[in-house]
Structure formats: structure tokens, C-alpha cells
Design a protein around this ligand. Structure first.
Ligand SMILES: Cc1cc2nc3c(=O)[nH]c(=O)nc-3n(C[C@H](O)[C@H](O)[C@H](O)COP(=O)(O)OP(=O)(O)OC[C@H]3O[C@@H](n4cnc5c(N)ncnc54)[C@H](O)[C@@H]3O)c2cc1C
Ligand SMILES: *[C@@H]1O[C@H](CO)[C@@H](O)[C@H](O)[C@H]1NC(C)=O
Ligand SMILES: *[C@@H]1O[C@H](CO)[C@@H](O)[C@H](O)[C@H]1NC(C)=O
Ligand SMILES: *[C@@H]1O[C@H](CO)[C@@H](O)[C@H](O)[C@H]1NC(C)=O
Ligand SMILES: *[C@@H]1O[C@H](CO)[C@@H](O)[C@H](O)[C@H]1NC(C)=O
Length: 575
């Protein structure tokens, strides 16, 4: 009976869709076909305990009823006993990735936790699940993906895909949601791959493999993969699906440029292989078009490159004791210098505040220490001739992995809010002074700035949906303000300053329409469609609708996400 009604509605919709003035996507038709809002806990539509139990049985016991990790810090809650010592311990480790990566529901972007069970709030303050997910499925394979998709669809429950939970946009959380947790899919297989487009070593990794885990596996075989500077970030989730940069991107391209195949379960429950020769549109979309949008990735196969001797260098100078003009002039010299550094296939990352400028580090895969020294010489000359005290140290390693281990520190999480841009090369090459002036304005307002330099202009052998702005840019610029654990209003103000003051400074001096790395940007970017996806947006949207017509996968600022909106209770409803 229900089936028939659906069929009639579908025919009705199809007929209407044929009319020029009413499309399937016009809002009365969507309302007819699909419920307006996702079902919410406490509503009659919410599954009974028996249904959850039955679902858990289908999953072989992999269903977790979540408990906010901050609950130990609260007296008025029924999750766990209040525990002052455990709370102090949690607070002490709050900024460490593992605290959240290992949890089935915690997130690293505190703004999107919405103070639901805030470990830094007074013990008597409320603690609820709020915007944390209600249930998490600790997935072990495609059948768990399918069962979860089926359960979420038939009960109209919001679904999120959760991997390392590093996302800055709260994409892995959601009020009234169930999460499919890919973190424990840890298979790694290194093998010889051959296709029309690539013959050579490759690594097939499960969706939960982290950067350090793929590296560890490849190291033993004298190989490496393109990874970023964060050992616990997942390699096959939002990182590669969103583009993925790192110190060796200048040499081998972005993470998305490395992908040979995806295994993915679609909203329809189908397990597909997406490659340059199979389901090409899905391959194109997954390779750069954003995580949590087109399907649930089960595995990814990427190119593995030979390990090589690697050289690194660190450079630092401070603003104290020199004139402010001189401090920024010298930064401008370095920024100009990065063009030669990146064109030579070398990566570098700097940090800047009004107090100091530090390059942490420069990393040249397949380069000697002497070559790195030579590349940085223009900056060293400027520092020396202007009598600016500085420290510089370069080191030679036999292996990329040793260089990475020696120079990569785990970045603190839940530590700040940020905005970002991918300025075109011309901004640095031809307007270095005004570009540096923008950075100066931001730094003088208290902003922290970081810039990862690269040259990823060379297009991959097979086209992908990486935002075109990456190919024109030489720097992923991030600017942020530190998160305040006890002052929510200060954090709201920080968001405003980043979006309304910092980012516009960079745009003001830019020669081109803005682009941003979708993973390292302001979540309230007003023009996110063009800024995060550029000209690829319409085609990505078409592919999204093809593989996920009902909008099962939703993530903030993901392609097609504007057909939903979070209400005041943070529940997801159709617009
Ligand atoms: C401390 C820190 C350091 C970082 N360093 C770098 C860096 O060096 N280089 C860089 O490029 N980026 C870096 N990032 C950004 C990082 O790439 C993004 O946060 C990215 O989204 C993380 O992906 P994840 O899958 O590990 O995390 P998650 O937060 O779990 O997921 C991110 C998004 O991907 C989706 N997703 C996850 N798994 C799947 C799957 N199997 N199928 C479909 N969708 C999925 C999620 O739904 C979500 O929308 C860093 C972030 C942090 C917090
Ligand atoms: C699911 O089953 C497992 C194993 O029986 C159990 O440990 C777990 O608590 C169950 N989950 C829920 C939400 O009941
Ligand atoms: C405890 O929380 C409930 C709701 O979560 C609230 O109604 C009640 O007032 C709280 N009690 C105290 C003592 O704060
Ligand atoms: C990247 O390097 C190549 C030369 O190797 C150069 O032609 C190109 O302009 C560079 N791209 C950017 C964006 O800097
Ligand atoms: C957070 O805000 C409080 C109250 O406004 C302030 O006293 C404190 O210094 C701030 N902390 C940080 C780290 O900025």
C-alpha cells in the first residue's frame, strides 16, 4: 500500500516535472515526496528501544548509544556519575586529537558542539546530547554501511559520516543524528597496480586509515603517499575527498590527484567502484568535490611513490628589537622567495603573529640540504644584510619518513576558529607588498596566520573536481583566533572578526575572485558555493542528485546542502 502511494506520487511528480513551470525540485513537490524534517528524539516517529535493539542485532552488536565525553564534568545529568578528577583529566587533554578521534561522538570543532555538554562549563550547568549524534555505528564493512543507510532512510533519521572528526565545520555531528563511524576500517594493502592511466605501486586503504598508518605501511616497502601534517587525520575521508595538501604536494600533486579508485556505498545501498574507467562521474566528484556528500567511501586506492632522501629547514625571526616595517618587509622577501621554493617542488609552511615569523619547516623530497640552503638564500641574505637576528637550521635525512617524523608535531585541536584563502600566485608575485600589508593588518589585530606553500599546477593524468583555484595558487593561507573555553560570546565575536575583517583584507588586495580550501576556511563563508567549488559546482550538484536523490548525506557547506537548513533546535529540515 505504502509502495503504491509512493509510486503514484512519483508518477505525479514526474508528470509535474515535465511541466516547465514546476520542477521536481520545486518546494511543494519535495514536500509531498519527502517529510519536511528529519525525525527527532522524543517524537512518535523516533524508533523504539526495540527497533534500536533489532538494528543492533542486524549490525552484530556494533551500535553505540553515545554519551557526551564532557558528562563527567556535570552533576545534573544521568549519563555517568560526576567525576571531578576525570573531568580535570579530560580538560587537560581536550586539545589533543586522540581525545576526540577515539570517541564515537566527540568533535574537534567546539562551536558546533553548541555547548551541549561543555566540559569547561560549571558542573551544575546543563549537559545533554544536543548537537552530538545520538547513536554511532562502529562500521566494519559494506554490510554495516548498507544496514545503517537502510535504517536511517526507513526511519527518516539524519545521518552523518564520521572518520577522524577533525573537520572544522562540524560536518561529522548533528542533532538527532546517527553516525556511521569509519575509523576502525584499517585494512592496508600495498600492491602493483596497472591500468590505462597508471602502472606502478599503489596502496588500497580502508576508510579509517590515518596519515601515520598509511605512511607506516609504505615506509617498510620504501614507498610513500601524499599526506598532510597531521598524523591522526584520516587519509581517505574529508582530506582526500576535499583536495588534501601537504609538504610533498609540490612534488607529487594534491592528495585527490593520487586517487586510482574508490570503493563507495551509495545512498541506494549499492557498492560501486569509481575509477577513471568505471562510474567516472562519481570518481570525478569524490576526488576533490568534498567529503560526506556523494556516498560512503569504503576504501581508496592511491599511487604510492618511491621514498627518497629528504632535506628540511627551519627558520625563525622575531619582531622584537626591529622596526615593524622591517619585520614585514622581510616577510615579504620570504613570501616572494616561496615561489622559487615551490616551483622547485619543495613544500613549506610558515606561522606568523605580530611577535614572530617561523618557517616550520621547509621540506624537500628528493632534495639535498645544500639545495634547500640555496633556495632559501635570498631570505637569509635579506636577514643578514638588515642585521636581523634569526635562527636557521637545515638537516638531511635518508628517508621522507624520518624527515616527517622529525618535523611534524600533532597540531592542537579544538584550539581555534579559522578562515582561509587560496590566493592566486599573482598576488604574491606582483603585489607582494600589498599582500604582506593584508597579513600585517590581520596580525596587528591579533590574528594568527599560517601559510602552506605548494605548486600543484600540474594537472593529474585524469581530471578530478579539485577546486580550480588550487592550480592557480601557491599558498593555502589560514588565519584564525584562539578558542576561548569559557567565553562563548568572545568566540562568536572571533568568528565575526575572521569573516568580516580578516578574510576581506586578503580579498581586498587580491587580483582574482576568492577561492578557499573547503576544509580550512570559515564555516560562515557566505559565498561557499563559488569559493569552495568554483565552476565545478553545477556538475558536482548534478552528480550529487544522481547518486543521492533524496539528500541522505548532508554536511554543512557540502554540495547540495542548501536544500536543508538547521532550525533553532538544530534539527535538519528541508528548505
Ligand atoms: C589539526 C588538523 C590538521 C590538519 N592538517 C591538514 C593537512 O595537513 N592537510 C590538509 O589538507 N588538511 C588538513 N586538515 C584538514 C583536514 O583535511 C579536514 O579536517 C578533513 O575534513 C579531515 O578528514 P577526516 O575524514 O579525517 O575527518 P572527519 O572530520 O571525520 O570527516 C570530514 C568530512 O569527510 C566526511 N567523510 C569522512 N569519511 C568519509 C567516508 N568514508 N566517506 C564519505 N565521506 C567521509 C565526513 O562526513 C565529513 O564531512 C587538518 C585539520 C586539523 C584539525
Ligand atoms: C549493541 O549490542 C552490543 C553487544 O551485544 C552491546 O554491547 C551494545 O551495548 C548494544 N548497543 C546498544 C545501543 O544497545
Ligand atoms: C537539571 O536539569 C533539568 C533539565 O535537564 C532541569 O529542569 C533542572 O532544573 C536542573 N536542575 C538543577 C538543579 O540545575
Ligand atoms: C608551478 O610551476 C611551474 C613551473 O614548474 C610554473 O610554470 C607555474 O606557473 C607554477 N604555478 C603556480 C601557480 O605558481
Ligand atoms: C576568555 O574569556 C575570559 C572572560 O572574558 C577572559 O578572562 C580570558 O582571558 C579569556 N581567555 C583566553 C584564552 O582568551
Amino acid at each position: 500500500m505504502a509502495c503504491q502511494v509512493q509510486l503514484i506520487l512519483a508518477i505525479f511528480a514526474a508528470l509535474l516535472a515535465a511541466l516547465p513551470f514546476l520542477s521536481l525540485n520545486s518546494f511543494p513537490i519535495r514536500r509531498l515526496l519527502y517529510p519536511t524534517c528529519r525525525c527527532f528524539p522524543g517524537e512518535p516517529c523516533w524508533p523504539s528501544d526495540e527497533s534500536w535493539d533489532a538494528f543492533n542485532k542486524t549490525l552484530g552488536g556494533k551500535l553505540i548509544k553515545t554519551v557526551p565525553i564532557g558528562a563527567v564534568c556535570h552533576t545534573n545529568q544521568s549519563f555517568v556519575p560526576y567525576d571531578a578528577a576525570a573531568c580535570a583529566e579530560l580538560q587537560a587533554h581536550w586539545n589533543e586529537a586522540d581525545t576526540h578521534v577515539s570517541s564515537p561522538s566527540s568533535i574537534t570543532a567546539p562551536f558546533f558542539a553548541d555547548q551541549s555538554c561543555d566540559p569547561f562549563a560549571p558542573p551544575s550547568s546543563p549537559c545533554s546530547i544536543g548537537t552530538y549524534v545520538q547513536y554511532t555505528v562502529r562500521a566494519a564493512g559494506a554490510s554495516d554501511y548498507r544496514a545503517t543507510i537502510e535504517f536511517a532512510k526507513s526511519n527518516n533519521i539524519r545521518l552523518t559520516i564520521r572518520n577522524s572528526a577533525h573537520d572544522y565545520f562540524g560536518k561529522v555531528t548533528g542533532a538527532g543524528a546517527i553516525a556511521i563511524w569509519t575509523h576502525h576500517l584499517k585494512d592496508i594493502n600495498v600492491f602493483d597496480y596497472a591500468s590505462k592511466h597508471y602502472t606502478g605501486k599503489a596502496a588500497k586503504v580502508g576508510a579509517g586509515v590515518s596519515m601515520s598508518e598509511i605512511s607506516q605501511a609504505l615506509k617498510q616497502q620504501g614507498l610513500l603517499a601524499v599526506i598532510g601534517n597531521a598524523p591522526t587525520v584520516g587519509v581517505a575521508g574529508g582530506y582526500t575527498q576535499g583536495a588534501g595538501h601537504g609538504m610533498i604536494a609540490s612534488r607529487h600533486g594534491l592528495a585527490a590527484d593520487q586517487v586510482l579508485e574508490w570503493e563507495v556505498v551509495t545512498a541506494g545501498g549499492e557498492l560501486l567502484t569509481a575509477s577513471p574507467s568505471k562510474n567516472q562521474d562519481l570518481y570525478w566528484a569524490l576526488s576533490g568535490g568534498g567529503g560526506g556528500t556523494y556516498g560512503i567511501v569504503l576504501s581508496m586506492t592511491v599511487k604510492a611513490h618511491p621514498d627518497e632522501p629528504t632535506a628540511t629547514a627551519f627558520l625563525q625571526f622575531n619582531s622584537e628589537g626591529i622596526s615593524t616595517d622591517l619585520f614585514y618587509e622581510t616577510i615579504a622577501t620570504y613570501l616572494h622567495n616561496t615561489l622559487a621554493i615551490t616551483d622547485a617542488g619543495v613544500g613549506s609552511i610558515f606561522q606568523l603573529s605580530s611577535a614572530y615569523f617561523a618557517v616550520v619547516p621547509i621540506l624537500g623530497l628528493g632534495k639535498t640540504k645544500e639545495k634547500i640552503d640555496e633556495l632559501v638564500q635570498p631570505t637569509i641574505d635579506a636577514l643578514t644584510s638588515k642585521n636581523i637576528p634569526f635562527s636557521y637550521e637545515s638537516t638531511q635525512y635518508n628517508s621522507f619518513h624520518d624527515a616527517y617524523a622529525a618535523t611534524t608535531v600533532e597540531t592542537p585541536v579544538a584550539f581555534g576558529q579559522l578562515g582561509g584563502r587560496l590566493p592566486p600566485r599573482s598576488d604574491i608575485e606582483f603585489s607582494t607588498t600589498s599582500f604582506t600589508g593584508a597579513l600585517r593588518t590581520i596580525a596587528e589585530k591579533g590574528g594568527l596566520i599560517s601559510g602552506l606553500s605548494f605548486n600543484v599546477s600540474r594537472m593529474p593524468d585524469v581530471p578530478n573536481s579539485v577546486l580550480p583555484g588550487w592550480r592557480r595558487s601557491t599558498i593555502s593561507l589560514v588565519t584564525g583566533l584562539i578558542w576561548n573555553n569559557t567565553d562563548w560570546n568572545a568566540n562568536l565575536e572571533a568568528q565575526r572578526i575572521i569573516s568580516e575583517e580578516f578574510i576581506p583584507e586578503i580579498d581586498r588586495v587580491s587580483q582574482q575572485a576568492p577561492s578557499s580550501y573547503m576544509n580550512e576556511a570559515a564555516a560562515r563563508e557566505p559565498n561557499w558555493k563559488s569559493v569552495f567549488f568554483g565552476d565545478n559546482y553545477p556538475e558536482l550538484l548534478r552528480i550529487k542528485k544522481k547518486y543521492d536523490p533524496s539528500g541522505l548525506f548532508w554536511a554543512r557547506t557540502a554540495v547540495g546542502s542548501d536544500t536543508w537548513v538547521e532550525g533553532s533546535d538544530k534539527r535538519l529540515c528541508r528548505t
